[in-house]
Write a protein of this length. Sequence first.
Length: 313
Amino acid sequence: MDILLYLPGDDLARWYAACAHYLPHARLRLWQEGDDDAADYALVWRPPAALLRARRGLRAIFNLGAGVDSILALESQHAGTLPEGVPLIRLDDAGMAQQMIDYVCHAVLHFFRRSDDYQRQQAAGVWQPLPAHRREDFVIGVMGLGRLGASVAAGLRPFGFAVRGWSRSLRNLEGVQCYAGQDQFDAFLQGCKVLVNLLPHTAQTQDILNQRTFAQLAHPAYLINVARGAHLVEADLLAAIEQGHIAGAALDVFREEPLPASHPFWQEPRIRITPHVSALTLPEDSIAQIAAKIAALARGEAVAGTVDLQRGY
Ligand SMILES: NC(=O)c1ccc[n+]([C@@H]2O[C@H](COP(=O)([O-])OP(=O)(O)OC[C@H]3O[C@@H](n4cnc5c(N)ncnc54)[C@H](OP(=O)(O)O)[C@@H]3O)[C@@H](O)[C@H]2O)c1
């Protein structure tokens, strides 16, 4: 079995070791410009169009992440980039859900315990106890209830917060008040104190974190964006912070990454910035999952995480 690997700037030795362990019979090669030799599978993260174009012999393309927006963008820029009839399969949790739970719970507790205010007070040398937030006021809304969003919603429950969730089709999650579709979007938003975004980036979800969305939340509210930078209208967030409508934001993803040094977010003390690390792709978990899916495909079985190209995720 021939496998093409493409992973810009990653820890290649760890990927090779994971492949040697979980796919011991595979011949692995790192794709380079001009390589159009046959391969059975491609394991890729943000590949160039040239890697995928005309690769009809592939049995599947495995995306080494949960979001497939960058691969689908290639197809919309150059139609025909994705070889017809070849399934595109994304990572399904593969160790990312627990990282998302950690990141989001940490950010929620940071805001709930007023650590943001105390950090600013410390920087100014101020000793001033502040009134505690009321737990019952901290309604948390999770946008996207897929692999990661549903796990995060469940991970928040033990802290005693009221948790809501919103998805395209109605989900039924224990202890989570679920809403679905555009019709129920406003009802979902109304009164949320913390908005957590775990949607995929599609034509329908682009720019969804905007002034209109912020206006429906509790006043003031907090934003946690761990999905994609393209979901957020950055100027609207800065305006909402300026107006006191958003009291704090934890952002892991940005429209331009790395976030440019001149970007106003760096200067805004109410925004916490991390460099797209809320859920890293773990080589061992990912390759173990891909090896199991390759075996399932060989048996003619359907595999979870197969992307619906029309839906865009
Ligand atoms: N920052 C990071 O490090 C990092 C790491 C991994 C992933 N991510 C991001 O997290 C995203 C989510 O990953 P996942 O594995 O949880 O995806 P997933 O399993 O595909 O779940 C997507 C969820 O979003 C919902 N959804 C999609 N379009 C919608 C719409 N128009 N309106 C309402 N709900 C909609 C889906 O609804 P249905 O349930 O009805 O299908 C589903 O509940 C990824 O796409 C990626 O962008 C970020």
